[in-house]
Design a protein around this ligand. Structure first.
Ligand code: AMP
Length: 196
């Protein structure tokens, strides 16, 4: 059975860092919509130009664009043992589209693991990351706040969506990288057992 994980959490929760570890451990394909958008911005593609206008303001890229992108990325990896979706789905519409898309392939989400970090800590982490990440959306406190607000307004319902399916696992996102990785693995392994 495939292992399809959603690594969930607010901006600055540590999704990118933990994705690297989980991808290697479970041998999954890592799909970060934010990374894919940034690669398109760098390559100056049409998609990159469209996405940049939203990203620079800390707004979400429209669902139609994001869902089409995600589906085409999944389709590039027909032999995958499963996926880590990082930064996707970010809206209720994206979650519904993802479920339908996976179902059409005879597959499904195994679980959503959520990194829980309080808001004050997120603001500090993102400002700090802005010193080295080269990401324009990590530098300005107003844009950071907008991303956190958008998360609360539009993305939190995704957690309820998977909660209603019994697939939500919350994990404390404060601690060392290894401690948090350990907590994630425990949650994932438990979900895997109950899914089989
Ligand atoms: P991230 O790297 O996940 O923090 O994403 C950076 C930015 O890319 C976000 O603030 C959004 O503007 C955009 N983005 C990434 N993933 C999505 C998504 N699933 N839906 C809409 N916008 C997204």
């Amino acid at each position: 059975m495939e292992l399809n994980l959603i690594l969930f959490g607010p901006p600055g929760a540590g999704k990118g860092t933990q994705s690297e570890y989980l991808t290697a451990k479970y041998q999954l394909v890592h799909l970060s919509t934010g990374d894919i958008f940034r690669a398109n911005i760098k390559g100056e593609t049409d998609l990159g130009k469209q996405a940049k206008a939203f990203m620079d303001k800390g707004e979400l890229v429209p669902d139609s664009l994001t869902i089409a992108l995600l589906e085409s990325e999944v389709n590039k990896h027909a032999d995958a043992k499963g996926f880590i979706f990082d930064g996707f789905p970010r809206t209720q519409a994206q979650a519904t589209a993802l479920d339908q898309f996976l179902e059409s392939k005879g597959s499904s989400i195994t679980c959503l693991v959520a990194l829980e970090v309080e808001e004050e800590e997120l603001r500090a982490r993102l400002l700090n990351r802005g010193k080295t990440s080269g990401r324009p959306d990590d530098v300005n406190p107003e844009i950071i706040q907008n991303r956190i607000d958008v998360y609360q307004r539009e993305t939190c319902p995704v957690a309820d969506h998977y909660g209603a399916q019994g697939k939500y696992k919350g994990v404390n996102g404060i601690g060392s990288i290894e401690e948090i990785a350990q907590r994630l693995c425990e949650a994932i392994d438990a979900a895997r057992v109950s899914a089989n």
